[in-house]
Design a protein around this ligand. Structure first.
Ligand code: HSE
Length: 369
């Protein structure tokens, strides 16, 4: 029986992957082996199936006996162990959530509703390394691949509103701790109907600026504020998160024609949904009705939200999308700059389509090949 090793199943992306696999009856037909970096012999996940004790994630001999390894453990683990298993001549499939191997020549970035042909060709030609894309890029492509497929997109400017989860589990908790601190300091003021908004703001601002305000992970307040910086500085002046937009988009699509993607990536106080405001430059004037159809026809998860207030508030917010696979796309209209300029706003769960779901699906694709 095919043996599949799971590494990093307990972390945030890993546990969402476990949930999704369970929901899709994804643990049948193979032998799962769960690994740990800290608790060898411990108990594996409670999945309602027999799970052997946890194995050592650094046991290269055991790893190289597997058919498929799927890692959500993070970049340092991949950096250390992936070269080791390949050095042993291991020919199995390595599936990874981390960015370490994304731009490697012999890896494919997986997002099958968008690049199934690229994936099938890669599997057919013996590629064995499949990596999930950057969440922002994957969510953008899920939203507008129908438009991109038309071949008329010249460039995309993406302004992002990224959730705390993209920074990690501790950051999600810190966001809520910050909110709690603001809630605590303002409870009495809010109870008094005579409190003015300006008085409330003074208390909040002073709380945000206190040394005691919980900022250990974000370094600064996110609640009641935002952070226009994600990841490290690149030579271009972009942050690494911004840099990924163009390189990953084009690696996923592999159309042979580079689409420019650039913009600003900003952390906001949402929990796990990334939102993006896109400006899309087309190479010609396409009627808006056709644009709607292209967007909506791309895959079964994308849905067009009419450009009106009620629909937008109901469907096009992180709180509406959180925890679901829905990819709403709204605020779609021609811009004042000219009929080739399209404005779009989209929201997606960065732990689902942005991380775990493409991995769950590539595992399925590989198993059924
Ligand atoms: N880098 C992303 C973020 C998450 O910071 O939101 C992972 O793709």
């Amino acid at each position: 029986m095919v043996q599949i090793g799971f590494i990093g199943w307990r972390g945030m992306v890993g546990s969402v992957l476990m949930e999704r696999m369970q929901a899709e009856n994804g643990f049948s037909g193979f032998e799962p082996i769960f690994f740990t970096t800290s608790n060898v012999g411990g108990q594996g996940p409670a999945l309602g199936i027999d799970v052997p004790p946890l194995q050592d994630a650094y046991d290269v001999k055991l790893l190289t006996s597997l058919d498929i390894i799927i890692s959500c453990q993070g970049g340092s683990y991949t950096k250390e162990i992936y070269p080791e298993v390949r050095k042993q001549g291991w020919q199995g499939y390595w599936i990874d959530a981390a960015s370490t191997l994304r731009m490697a020549e012999d890896s494919i970035i997986v997002l099958d509703p968008v690049n199934r042909t690229v994936i099938d060709n890669a599997v057919g030609s013996g590629i064995k390394t499949f990596v999930g894309g950057n969440c922002t890029v994957s969510l953008m492509l899920m939203a507008i691949s129908g438009l991109i497929e038309s071949g008329h997109v010249e460039w995309i400017s993406s302004m992002t509103y990224q959730a705390a989860s993209g920074a990690g589990a501790k950051h999600m908790k810190e966001l809520i701790s910050q909110m709690a601190a603001l809630g605590n300091i303002s409870t009495a003021l809010l109870k008094n109907p005579a409190t003015t908004a300006i008085a409330l703001d003074q208390v909040i601002t002073s709380e945000l600026r206190k040394d005691s305000f919980p900022t250990e992970n974000f370094s600064v307040p996110l609640a009641g504020s935002l952070i226009p910086w994600i990841d490290t500085l690149m030579e271009s002046g972009q942050t690494r998160e911004e840099w990924k937009g163009q390189v990953e988009t084009n690696k996923i699509l592999q159309t042979g024609k580079t689409i420019s993607v650039d913009g600003l990536c900003v952390r906001v106080g949402a929990m796990r949904c990334h939102s993006q405001g896109l400006t899309i430059k087309l190479d010609k004037d396409i009627p808006i009705e056709e644009i709607y159809q292209m967007i909506e026809g791309a895959n079964q998860w994308v849905h067009l939200v009419p450009n009106d207030k009620d629909s937008t508030l109901k469907y096009l917010t992180p709180s509406a999308v959180n925890g679901s696979l829905a990819i709403p796309v709204g605020r779609v209209r021609k811009m004042l700059m000219g009929p080739e300029y399209i404005s779009v706003f989209t929201v997606g769960d960065q732990l689902l389509w942005g991380a775990a779901e493409p991995l769950r699906r590539i595992l399925d694709i590989i198993r059924r090949k």
